[in-house]
Design a protein around this ligand. Structure first.
Ligand SMILES: Nc1ncnc2c1ncn2[C@@H]1O[C@H](COP(=O)(O)OP(=O)(O)OP(=O)(O)O)[C@@H](O)[C@H]1O
Ligand SMILES: [Mg+2]
Length: 128
């Protein structure tokens, strides 16, 4: 799996830090020793073939999956063992739970608008 970063905020303090994250399902190793930092506001894509662990990684960050080992820190706070509701993450799943009548951007904006995120942060979505 490859992480593609937007480097438009060089030198910014890491907001999300993943350290040596691993996840096994029984004897099957889905994630092994994943480490990276993401700055606040940075746009990052995880690329890789089907089954390489992209969704498993996102689920672990959101707390929907408990990692086998490793650490997840948000703004310097260890959130590795917190339940999903106590983390500040949402996932737009790739199927089933999408609104078929809305665009990709509108699907993503839906959850943000429901949380009454400041309009200035979702305005970009309204132009789509
Ligand atoms: N709950 C589970 N139990 C057992 N194996 C699982 C479970 N969830 C995922 N896996 C396995 O872990 C591996 C990674 O799956 P994952 O869904 O994270 O891949 P992905 O990169 O998101 O794939 P895709 O591009 O097809 O969405 C796959 O081999 C998958 O079968
Ligand atoms: Mg997936």
């Amino acid at each position: 799996m490859t992480a593609v970063h937007d480097d438009s905020a060089p030198g910014a303090r890491p907001h999300l830090t993943i350290t040596d994250l691993s996840k096994s399902f029984g004897r099957f190793v889905a994630l092994s020793g994943i480490s990276f930092d993401i700055a606040e506001g940075e746009f990052v894509c995880f690329l890789g073939p089907s089954g390489c662990g992209k969704t498993t990684l996102l689920r672990a960050i959101a707390g929907l999956e408990v990692q086998s080992s490793g650490r997840i820190e948000l703004a310097g706070r260890d959130i590795s063992r917190l339940p999903p509701a106590e983390r500040d993450f949402g996932i737009v799943f790739q199927s089933y739970a999408l609104f078929p009548n809305l665009t990709v951007v509108r699907n993503i904006a839906y959850g943000l608008e429901n949380r009454k995120l400041a309009a200035c942060r979702t305005r970009a979505c309204k132009d789509w």
